[in-house]
Design a protein around this ligand. Sequence first.
Ligand code: ZN
Length: 457
Amino acid sequence: MSTIAIFGSYVLSRREGAQDVLRDHWVLLEGNRIAAITPERPAAAEIHDRPGRFILPGLLNLHNHCFSEAVARSHTEDGNGRRNNQSIVYTVLLPLSKRGAELLSSEERLAVARLGILQLLKGGATTVMEPFRNAIPEMFDAAEEMGIRFYGAPYLFSTSDAKAGPDGVVHYAGDDGSADLATWNALYQRWHGRGDGRLRLAMSPHATDTCGPDLLRACAARARELDVPITTHLAQSRGEVETIGKRYDGRTPAEYLDWLGLLAPDLLAAHCIASTDADLKLMAARGAAVLNCPRVFARAGTTAAFSRFAAHGVKTVVGTDGYNMDLLGELNAASLISKITAQRADVANSPDLIEAVTATAAGLIKRTDLGTITPGATADLTVIDMTHPHLQPLYDPRRALIALGNRANIDQVVVDGKMLIDAGKYVHGDEAAIVAAGSAAIGRIWDLPEAQAAFNA
Ligand SMILES: [Zn+2]
């Protein structure tokens, strides 16, 4: 069995269910388990003894899109591609990722998937929940090969070719989604439990305005039969709220899901920025969780404050939505955007945000073996180098991490007892080659006339 010992000047452990920062401790890994947290240097085959490290439980990034956001990267900032300042989901992200998945070869799609997973790991995530079009099954191959813990969430749509018209309204084709459910089941058979259990599936009806009642009920039934989490996009825009209200007797998107039995503790709902206060109270009462991704909305001038959801008592975690897969940077944005929105400094505090991407996130996917550094837990770790000049002098490591840290400070990432990032570099492949191949594949999509038209709308 492999044994690895890592020294932390600070180790984020737990005591009586709460965070406990230990000073000058070793974390000993045996195989894929955390064997001990000890002040004495343990015997181990591999010793990492570098001062100034802050050892955290592996961070969970429960909302990300490697492919669809790469398609838009650096094209849609500063208002580009936004007709009347509207969401780019149905004009850029969905149509171009669909077209791109058809255009690219399997090897090219795999290259894009590898580039995304490299970014996720270098952004500090050990676990990702990744919703993606089911025409990109190579996401699973890349996750298996590169070592990340992966909750793959291939989309189901009632209307797989969702597009917004010139008025910004999403038009709804209205097939029943049975083909997507069949594809989801086939991917589940093929991938669930692979990679020593690292790869799993989550049920992923795309959004309230692209999934009809029959499909949503079928998704919930299948997910509950298999005991897998359900994730979807909820109240992403005011347009979605209007569409759902017109279709379903004035219901809000949250009320629509509640009507169908989906608003429950197994639901992880991305964004909820257009949710009313009453919607959030309903979500809190039902135990459904919000996946808060503040930076992707800040890009569009929209506030998505972690503290608003938390203040309503909704379980709230933080993901990157693929926009910028730097989970530490996202936590910093979550802190600042919350403080600005609430106009007070004492919301979205550092321990709360760290809890969101460790123990809270692990609990949402029923993985109490993750998100914690305690004996017997699964050996997933994110190790930060706190010796960088901008992090010194250091008084409170959690505040320094959230207020001042970013992905460039990530020293090591360990998943299932295997060192994937060491000294800030991916250790099982050539980073430059992964970047070049993924970027070249995306470049082919950018060259399409319809891509140019969408970016310059
Ligand atoms: Zn999303």
